[in-house]
Design a protein around this ligand. Structure first.
Ligand SMILES: [Zn+2]
Length: 592
């Protein structure tokens, strides 16, 4: 639901950003700000800054930023509403009762009930594992070398051979058959009535990022079919949007996350200290899972079984990661089949080494492809080289392509010059394939050149946020209309209104925006590196130049947007030019 501005304001004012972020990140005061190690990217020197006066945070390393709400949204993966709720609780603010549609309320109630039922079931399976009936299950886990601590950490359980005891247990707790079936824990048929979906299986509860049970995976004891059975999709369980183990891995903050194939891999890895491991849920890795991971990391290491199916899954995974703008790497576990087996045989340190050596996806793909060609046959070998050439064309950046050409030539003993020629010819033939990742906006992207007029606009906004006192000077020359970018203009309007009313608060400006990307851009706007000028004289000159640039770009843009037969055009041009000239000749005088 959308809360009123007053409520949001109150929640924010009761949660000082330094206190809130200080709970998660160790912050040190330097000058007017606090700095610490960024929780959103892996770094060794602090580039994460929190401003008590602006009530905003910003990372100069990964360019994430926002106010106290955006911090919590990003850190705990919450929606805006959830962040408001959580901070309201922290600050002791009573939120108004939600007014939602009857359908929305019904759906919310139902989801809440389904969460409860799944939680009860998880408790029940844990109980069974510890009981006499669970002996077989416990032995299975012990055979896999899981410790008691790991078993309880992951809430592992057991579904007995009786095919309706969970149903009976849940009925006793007051849940209807209909809900139990809808929770994915039971099925109905005429012969057996309502009966348990899972029986004679060890049970892996599946938790969402907020550690709520949303479903189960069960592995059969003995040779029954199917070997692994998962909960069906339910209103709370969407397989394509969740990852097993992410509730723990999101806090690992190792700078990367490892995706493996199965639950047992994840559990074995966590037990060995690799708590950044996750697994997809009995389906292929999806693009939604890639975007989910993007909230927590920029590098994903794929650790799939080293068989044919695992390899093609890795190739698909690489593509999806690339599309999501994530850096992908591939873990080589040979001669072992999976991480579990590897760690058991070679130990943690060896595994750690393999992580460090995780292969670049480019060479991984080429290695795989190489097996398809017969290197003793010149025609086949040529085909292979053409494949390499085509892959090299995919690098659109010259330096990167150059580096890969060199590395590839060396690795596959191809003449560097020959490979150059091949790539150049293929590129000329239209072999250059554009990669599909495109940042949503060019404002914060280093790759896309931003229009030159934007920088002074950003500097001006940051300067005003740091020193609201300059507003009276700025306002004499520049209006929000002079900002050429839509987002900048929106923010300038809000700033102007608030500064005129004397209640300017940069962190509140963020509440007008709901998207994470927008928060990032706004935070960047308020945290542009100001030119370091010390003397009053230099500062005055710098402000003068910035004002002039902003005003000039604003004038030119507005003129461009006017119809050529607009009767106002002549007047506008005259006034604009006169104003610019006046500003050019004038002297800006600051108090200090
Ligand atoms: Zn960062």
């Amino acid at each position: 639901m959308r809360y009123s501005d007053e409520i949001i304001e109150e929640v924010r004012s009761r949660n000082d950003i330094v206190d809130v972020i200080g709970q998660y990140v160790s912050l040190k005061r330097t000058g007017a700000n606090y700095v610490g190690l960024c929780p959103f990217h892996n770094e060794k020197s602090a580039s994460f800054s929190v401003s008590p006066s602006k009530q905003m945070f910003y990372c100069f390393g990964c360019r994430v930023g926002g106010n106290v709400f955006s911090f919590l949204m990003k850190y705990d993966n919450l929606t805006f509403g959830e962040a408001v709720k959580s901070l309201a609780e922290r600050g002791g603010v009573k939120l108004p009762d939600e007014d939602e549609s009857p359908q929305a309320k019904m759906m919310r109630d139902k989801r809440a009930t389904l969460f409860e039922i799944n939680k009860e079931a998880a408790k029940y399976y844990v109980y069974q594992l510890k009981s006499q009936h669970g002996q077989k299950g416990l032995e299975y886990f012990k055979d896999r070398a899981l410790t008691d601590e790991t078993i309880s950490h992951f809430g592992l359980g057991f579904a007995t051979v009786t095919s309706d005891d969970l149903v009976k247990y849940l009925r006793n707790k007051g849940y209807s058959d209909k809900l139990i079936i809808e929770a994915g824990l039971a099925s109905y048929d005429e012969k057996y009535g309502t009966h348990d979906k899972f029986w004679n299986r060890v049970m892996f509860p599946i938790l969402d990022v907020n550690s709520k049970v949303i479903g189960f995976g069960g592995r059969v004891m003995g040779d029954g079919k199917p070997k692994y059975l998962n909960s069906p999709e339910t209103p709370i369980f969407d397989k394509s949007r969740n990852l097993f183990g992410l509730n723990y891995a999101k806090n690992a903050r190792k700078g990367y996350i490892i995706i493996c194939e199965g639950y047992m891999d994840v559990i074995a890895m966590h037990q060995a200290g690799f708590n950044m491991a996750v697994a997809s849920l009995g389906t292929a890795f999806t693009s939604q899972q890639a975007s989910l991971l993007k909230r927590y990391t920029d590098t994903v290491i794929l650790s799939y079984d080293s068989d044919g199916a695992g390899t093609s899954a890795a190739l698909r995974g690489i593509q999806l990661l690339k599309e999501a703008g994530l850096k992908g790497k591939v873990l080589n576990l040979k001669p072992y089949k999976d991480p579990d087996e590897f760690i058991k045989n070679e130990g943690k340190e060896a595994f750690e080494e393999r992580i460090k050596k995780a292969e670049n996806p480019f060479f991984f793909e080429i290695e795989i492809k190489r097996n398809e060609y017969d290197m003793s046959d010149p025609a086949s070998k040529t085909e292979f080289h053409r494949f390499i050439g085509k892959k090299l064309c995919e690098f659109t950046e010259a330096v990167e392509r150059e580096n890969y050409i060199e590395a590839t030539a060396q690795r596959y003993s191809i003449g560097v010059d020959d490979l150059h020629k091949l790539v150049a010819n293929m590129a000329a033939d239209g072999g250059i394939v554009k990669t599909s990742t495109r940042p949503k906006s060019g404002i914060h992207s280093g790759q896309i050149k931003e229009p030159p007029e934007r920088k002074p606009q950003r500097v001006l906004i940051t300067w005003m946020a740091d020193e609201p006192g300059i507003f009276t000077i700025v306002n004499k020359w520049v209006t929000p209309k002079d900002f050429t970018d839509d987002l900048y203009r929106d923010i300038a309007s809000t700033m102007w209104t608030e500064l005129e009313n004397g209640n300017f608060d940069p962190s509140r400006v963020l509440d007008h925006f709901t998207e994470e990307d927008e928060h990032r851009e706004v935070a960047e706007l308020f945290n542009t590196n100001l030119v370091q000028v010390d003397t009053k004289d230099e500062r005055e000159k710098a402000l003068h130049d910035i004002l002039y640039e902003v005003k000039k770009a604003g004038y030119e843009k507005q003129l461009k947007e006017m119809a050529s037969d607009d009767p106002e055009r002549w007047n506008f041009t005259l006034q604009g030019k006169r104003g610019l000239e006046e500003l050019f000749k004038s002297r800006i005088v600051l108090d200090k």
